[in-house]
Design a protein around this ligand. Structure first.
Ligand SMILES: [Zn+2]
Length: 89
């Protein structure tokens, strides 16, 4: 669980944090107030996955596709859970 920007209690689940998106909101399970993710940081966090996806068009082998796409997605998920901050909505 992640700390809510309203009440500072662990009211935001990892799953709902992952699927927030730039405009999405989720309700804190402790205080019930709406929480979103910092939109600028979401765009930055999406960059590795997007870059890996488009870079995969430049290669032919399946293994090269996987080596470009999978690390990008993993890095984006890690950034979503660490670098992207939760904000009040
Ligand atoms: Zn809260």
């Amino acid at each position: 669980m992640h700390a809510c920007p309203h009440c500072r209690q662990p009211g935001i689940s990892t799953l709902s944090r992952l699927f927030l998106g730039p405009r999405g909101t989720t309700d804190c399970t402790k205080c019930g107030k709406a929480v979103g993710a910092d939109p600028d940081r979401i765009l930055t966090a999406a960059a590795p996955a997007v870059t890996g996806f488009f870079a995969s068009f430049l290669v032919d082998s399946v293994m090269a596709h996987v080596l470009l796409i999978v690390p990008g997605i993993v890095l984006s998920v890690v950034m979503l859970l660490t670098y992207v901050t939760l904000v009040r909505r």
